[in-house]
Design a protein around this ligand. Structure first.
Ligand code: NDP
Length: 280
């Protein structure tokens, strides 16, 4: 074995993803591929964090030379509260999925919305002037609304099983544009794009959305993804919607936005998308 002289060993820049659970996370693989594609020297690990230990885990990671991190469930809101500074979209969405340091200051960004927008545009979905129906009112939906409004859609309707949560979101974002809310089983009207941001697909549950509403859409998008089309994609296909997409593209694109933030280079998402798709 060749011994590497000590002076030629430079410590690698360190990144990680904090979550609980975290074993399922594809982020280490995605970022390793981005690093290889852009010839960046870095390491990226998973960190399982006990639910009451998030601030300590971030501080310890920084003490050990960590330069940036992703944050997933259940810590996105805690990360928001921990940051010294926030990007506009993170401040508006109330959740942080990307951490980085500027000097001693911890900054937070939310790249989910930009990831979704990039994936939609890349797939030829016109967002300017679009009538969007967003189903769900959890963290994912909250995180994407500011970036969707940046694309100047005509309107956004938020529909949720628990209607009060949809109302709260519509009120919270009312200054960004035309946004309204309703209960999921009362959705009516015509929409160009329907985005399923509920976790119903994870349990293979069909959404109780009026077939007419789905039929009229030009595109149905499910933030969930899997080896097969999701239940929502199947619903859309059966009703004749010509374009249905799942959330794998969003996952890769939000990671690409984080990577850009940390490294200042833009990785090509396509080879990584293809790799992860093959592994699902
Ligand atoms: P949350 O737990 O914060 O919110 C869950 C939402 O789903 C709520 O609106 C909830 O409604 C609704 N819901 C759950 N079960 C059902 C059901 N059986 N029928 C109808 N509505 C239901 O989750 P997140 O917002 O974090 O995640 C939502 C989805 O988005 C998940 O599938 C997740 O995997 C995906 N996601 C994908 C990303 C990507 O990069 N592709 C990034 C982030 C999330 P209620 O309020 O009534 O409980």
């Amino acid at each position: 074995m060749v011994e590497i002289p000590k002076h030629s060993m430079t410590p690698m820049d360190r990144y990680c993803v904090f979550g609980n659970p975290i074993a399922h996370s594809k982020s280490p693989l995605i970022h390793a591929e981005f690093a290889s594609l852009t010839q960046q020297q870095l390491s990226y690990d998973k960190q399982l964090v006990p639910e009451d230990q998030f601030p300590q885990a971030v501080a310890e990671f920084r003490r050990q030379g960590g330069q940036g991190a992703n944050v997933t469930l259940p810590f996105k809101q805690q990360a928001f509260e921990l940051c010294d500074g926030l990007t506009d979209r993170a401040r508006l969405s109330g959740a942080v999925n990307t951490l980085y340091w500027q000097g001693d200051q911890l900054w937070g960004d939310n790249t989910d919305g930009e990831g979704l927008v990039r994936d939609l545009l890349r797939n030829g979905v016109e967002l300017k002037g679009c009538r969007i129906l967003l189903i769900g009112a959890g963290g994912a939906v909250r995180g994407v609304i500011p970036s969707l409004f940046e694309q100047q859609p005509q309107s956004i309707m938020v529909a949720n099983r628990t209607q009060a949560k949809a109302e709260t979101l519509a009120q919270h974002f009312s200054e960004l544009g035309d946004i309204s809310s309703c209960a999921m089983d009362e959705i009516d009207g015509a929409f160009d794009l329907i985005i399923n941001g509920t976790s119903a697909s994870l349990s293979s549950t069909a959404l109780p959305v009026n077939a007419d509403v789905i039929q009229r859409a030009k595109c149905c998008y499910d933030m969930a993804y899997g080896s097969e089309p999701t239940v929502f994609q199947q619903q859309a296909k059966q009703l004749g919607v010509s374009k249905s997409l799942d959330g794998l593209g969003m996952l890769i694109q939000q990671a690409a936005v984080s990577f850009e933030r940390w490294r200042g280079v833009t990785p090509d998402p396509q080879p990584v998308y293809d790799l992860i798709k093959r592994q699902l």
